[in-house]
Design a binder for this molecule. Sequence first.
Ligand code: MLC
Ligand code: AMP
Length: 501
Amino acid sequence: MTARVATLLELYDHSLIDRRDVPAVEYDAADGHTASLTFGELDSRSNRLAQQLGARGLQRGDRLAFYLVNRIEIVDLWIACVKLGVIVVPINVLYKEREIRHIVTDAEPLAVVTTAEQMTQFPAGVACWDVRTLCSDAAGMPDIRPTCALNAESPAALVYTSGTTGASKGAILTHGNFASNARGVAEAWRITSDDRYLAALPLFHVHGLGNGIQTWLAVGCHMKLVARFEAATAADLFESYRPTLFFGVPTMYVRLLDVPDDRARVVGKHARLFVSGSAPLPAQVHDAFHAKYGHMILERYGMTETLMNVSNPYDGERRPGTVGLPMPHVSVRILAEDGTEVGADATGELWVQGPNVCAGYWRRPEATAESFIAGWFRTGDIGRCVPDGYITLEGRRSDLIISGGFNIYPREIEELLLEQPGVREAAIVGVVDRARGEMPVAYLVVDASFDEVAALAHLRTQLASFKIPRGIVRIDSLPRTALGKVQKHLLPPFTPEGARP
Ligand code: MLC
Ligand code: AMP
């Protein structure tokens, strides 16, 4: 890899050009058989697709969204957009029409690439391109790389996140953000072209897209791309592919604890590194995984707006319950509410600075001004640092719920519930779940006209499945402060028997 990389294409050319004939990726093709591509083939496919996108009117700075379950065409699309300077807008494939509408209205993509079957999810007036048609049209285009003058500041993606408050915002992630992050990840976790990376995280979030895809292309290792992580087939997948490298969310590691011991030992024998992030990894899962697979999971902490912030060390102690030390080239400060730096072992908000921090929020100067202050980004995460530098996350300034690694903002669900007949007050809280970390539960004050079945059915049409409350608890009133703010910590504990799912 070159010492200083300005754009993603410079980073990828270490693989796309220098390793042209080397096998790059295997994946399940549409007809069910396992297909594979070399780095040179990826280069050619993305050249042709870039030509096709250009013929469809896309130019540097335009946005192009995708709404797809993991498939190889997302990789083609990503590299083609990088070559054209087009800004990619990934949309969570579990989102429903209302959630999609917000993103497409805000990002104004020229089109959304999706499947013919999924187009029904889209609001009227949004241009949808069928991924199969787009890619078969591209196959007839010339294998010529488009020329486009870009630099480290050029935006590469808008990734939507709710941040600490309000409506979902697009974090503007630049070529420099992704490139420096990939180099930092490869350096910190010793990832080389000898690795075999199993890509099971969804490519519409930065964990899979920013760490997974970028680092794979940067180092030129082999990747197996799967549609999604499925507990029932995970053991077969690990045994047949024999990855050395796996990135996952804690729920995936909880599911992997169900693999029989003898099979887990074989998987562990071939693996070099298991990484966990996006939600807290319980210390008991850490220990149980170590006993079963013979590996200490490396836990790290990232964010959509900042890609990777902090990581346990590769060689040093991987300390359960902590997220470790700042990544190379990333600075972290822990500040009290009054803006002063707290001492060792004291709790405060984490502020981050470095080439990983995004350029701001898309068309939201006020939200940008609130979160980006004097060259630092306010994460909204609360934590502390012990004297030897390890950081522990202890919570968030907002009441964000993380379920299976997917973020849930209570306010969005509360507002929808309050629109339902008979709902007078609503509070959503996260309750502990062994596998998914947390699950949303609704506490409602209702009158006789409330119809629980109808309300839940309505929510299912409006929200991604992971946001649907797993229980509804009816109470007489919500506990509030003198100023009327709901005190969620004073709500009665949730007992599944007392609530209907
Ligand atoms: C889950 N589903 C998916 C899916 N994951 N569909 C498509 N693609 C995926 N990746 C759907 C299932 O079809 C099902 O839908 C429902 O979700 C529950 O699935 P499950 O198999 O019963 O769930 P489970 O065994 O609990 O596993 C879920 C999971 C998933 C762990 C595979 O939660 C997941 O992929 N999480 C990763 C989230 C992530 O990447 N976060 C990173 C954010 S970036 P239905 O309709 O039947 O209910 C970030 C920054 C950073 O946070 O870097 O740290
Ligand atoms: P997202 O907005 O999806 O990028 O989610 C980022 C948030 O996930 C962070 O602000 C943290 O609150 C949380 N997060 C990421 N990694 C970890 C981790 N290892 N432990 C605890 N929380 C994490």
